[in-house]
Design a protein around this ligand. Structure first.
Ligand code: FES
Length: 117
């Protein structure tokens, strides 16, 4: 179990890395970081996304966070925006996050079975 200070430090680090990825981008990913999103594993999803975007050299993709969107039971939520198209993935875990980067962001394939219905 991590101490409160360790969790605060982790949050600050993640926020700094996420800020560095914000800006003018045609492609963006937003992770819902409300209370239930964090409780459901949103921080771990963000960590995987940061690593995957770095590994795949997808510097054109912005990674941001949103607050609660009122879908507790479907957290963690991840929104992928490419131009005018917006897709919301639900119940995203670390493996799904990697797949979304590789299939949706890199190949343009929307993984319909993981999206909000
Ligand atoms: S905190 Fe769960 S839907 Fe808002």
């Amino acid at each position: 179990m991590k101490s409160l200070a360790e969790l605060d430090k982790l949050r600050d680090t993640l926020q700094q890395e996420m800020k560095a990825r914000q800006g003018e981008h045609d492609v963006s990913i937003a992770v819902s970081m409300g209370t239930c999103g964090i409780a459901a594993g949103a921080r771990e999803v963000v960590k995987v996304l940061l690593n995957e975007l770095k590994e795949q050299e997808l510097s054109y993709v912005a990674l941001t966070q949103t607050s609660c969107v009122g879908l507790c039971r479907q957290e963690p939520l991840l929104e992928v925006k490419m131009g005018d198209e917006k897709v919301i993935y639900v119940n995203v875990d670390q493996e799904k996050a990697k797949e979304i980067v590789r299939r949706h962001l890199m190949r343009g394939e929307i993984i319909k079975e993981w999206t909000a219905s």
